[in-house]
Ligand binder design. Sequence first.
Ligand SMILES: Nc1ncnc2c1ncn2[C@@H]1O[C@H](COP(=O)(O)OP(=O)(O)OP(=O)(O)O)[C@@H](O)[C@H]1O
Length: 672
Amino acid sequence: MTTHARVTPTDDISAERDHLTTSRAALKAMRERAEHLFTTGDQVAGDAYTAEQLGRQMAQRIKELSDDPAVPLFFGKLTMSDLDERWHIGRRHVTDAVGEPLVLDWRAPMSRRFYQASARDPQDVAVRRRFGWSPAAPGGTTVLTSFEDERLDAGEELGTGSAILTAEIERPRVGPMRDIVATIQPEQDELVRAELEDTICVQGAPGTGKTAVGLHRAAYLVYLHRERLRRAGVMIIGPNRSFLHYISAVLPALGELEVEQTTVAELLDQLPVRAEDGAAAAAVKHDPRMAQVLHRALWSRIARPAGPITVSDGSYRWRVDEGVLRRVVDEVRREQPPYALGRERVRARVVGLLQRQSEARRGDSPPDSWLRKMGKVKAVVELLDHCWPAVTPQQLLADLYTDAERLREAADGLLDEAERESLRWVKPPRSLRTAPWTAADAVLADEIAGLLDRQPGFGHIVIDEAQDLSPMQARALARRSAHGSLTVLGDLAQGTTPWAARDWRDMLGHLGRPDGRIVPLSTGFRVPEAVVALANRLLPALDVAVPPARSLRRDGSLEVTESADVVTAARAALEREGSVGVIAADAAVPAVLAALREAGLDPSELDGDGRLTVVPATMVKGLEYDHVVVLEPAAIVAAEPRGLHRLYVALTRAVTSLIVLHTDPLPEPLRS
Ligand SMILES: Nc1ncnc2c1ncn2[C@@H]1O[C@H](COP(=O)(O)OP(=O)(O)OP(=O)(O)O)[C@@H](O)[C@H]1O
């Protein structure tokens, strides 16, 4: 394999710049056409609803066609073996006035070769060209400065030796996360382009591009199945709002504006969270046994009819015998509908029995209004309230937390006495509204809602940091993807919740996809090798079977210093290019902020846009900074039961340099 890039001949670059000018003009023309259609659209649409739909789609289309001069319109080019065929690859399709493509969308089938062709398997590609662009100043324009060719037909291939890939990976990380379309690697591309029906689970060390892969897969699927997924929806689930803020620009940059992003907590909205669980209660509530407890608790509410019912409709009296009613209830129970639907089914069947009697006596069918009235008469409602009582998620939970006998019955053989006791409300609340609901209760209430009724779902869900989901949270996502598929992303070594997964197969089971494909990613694009080596020393202590990370980055620096002088460390980092993140145990954050402010620095708290950010260790998952200062590792470890995992996360956030400051002894695995 040869690993040299060809020089950039000036005549070629000017031809490429001409192509850029032509493509920009064509994109402008496409946008103008769309705007023209938009302004005339209300004259062609038949009715108000169609006009509104059309209007919305066109407004969306215009947005998609906007041209950001800071973002390169194309980043690659394929010259096919048949040299007449040349394709520029970019973030979206651009066609000329007669519909001939000037730039191919990176998601088009043809573009796949840009990512997958190799010297061994050139796939009819003679030359793969990558373009280099100057970074645009804020509000400025990016300029095409260079390109790099691989003559695949002559056995030339740069692979990860590409200077353009290296420059992309090593560029300073200021601001939100960016897309990686120009440099998606073959193993990542396989995942991005997995079929919509496929659930995939990516186990990847820090910085291997899991988040990037998930976001690009969402964009790819929406492109390929636009109508279907527009109806069904695509959802990205992240660990917290700061993370979602960090990744929020990626999909819009790829022209995808309709993909929603949220956290599990925000998705589960059955009750207002106003309290926190103790460790014991939280452990029980997130345990998958609770699914059975709740199922039993709900279905045990069904009772046998206590006698016949007699109903009068004003003219006649009708009677349904106890045995008949019993058969109706038994039959519906055997059909196992969602619980709330079951109640309605019993009602409908009892009314059906009354209807048949009425028909026999009167000789014709009673009107609909009669049927509706019969469904609501006192005797029928009393029967339902006795045999199949309506219940809300909050009521069911409150009953379990306050009625020891009910809980004992529902949890018989599942929870021991101490576990049941941990669930009890010490002081029964005055009302359900003001009850001390916790985040775990919201998960349980959602489980109950899922037993009561069918829940709407999504066509595809991308779950990031999935190792942290509890089995019960995973079930909530499984319910929302019953007719869709999942991209599950995570790293068992970064699991920090008490219920964090230790095995992906188990997690996939809870997510309702026991056969999902588990794929490893092991090449790191973020963390320099020296830093990875330090973090890898923690792995044996983390008790999870994951392959150690391998870094593409030979640059970067690591310093471990016995000092508490965060001000000097931050100041030195600020003298270099890029973002600076100071990561400290949560409790230490206010003091660190105060010290930095007192020294005249201008630190922002999380979500701020400044160059220097102070981040609590529990919020740093998924984020990255050019220069990271990790303060007092022992304090980060001591702050929580899975503190070593948290430290592993903190140590793997650096793109260029990591400084570890400590005055307490380092945690054992880090001592040299
Ligand atoms: N093919 C690529 N080309 C260029 N940059 C890449 C590529 N893949 C990943 N990166 C960059 O590497 C960094 C890490 O990627 P990402 O955050 O997706 O990794 P991750 O596996 O989710 O990490 P973590 O587990 O630490 O959250 C990001 O800055 C991303 O843009």
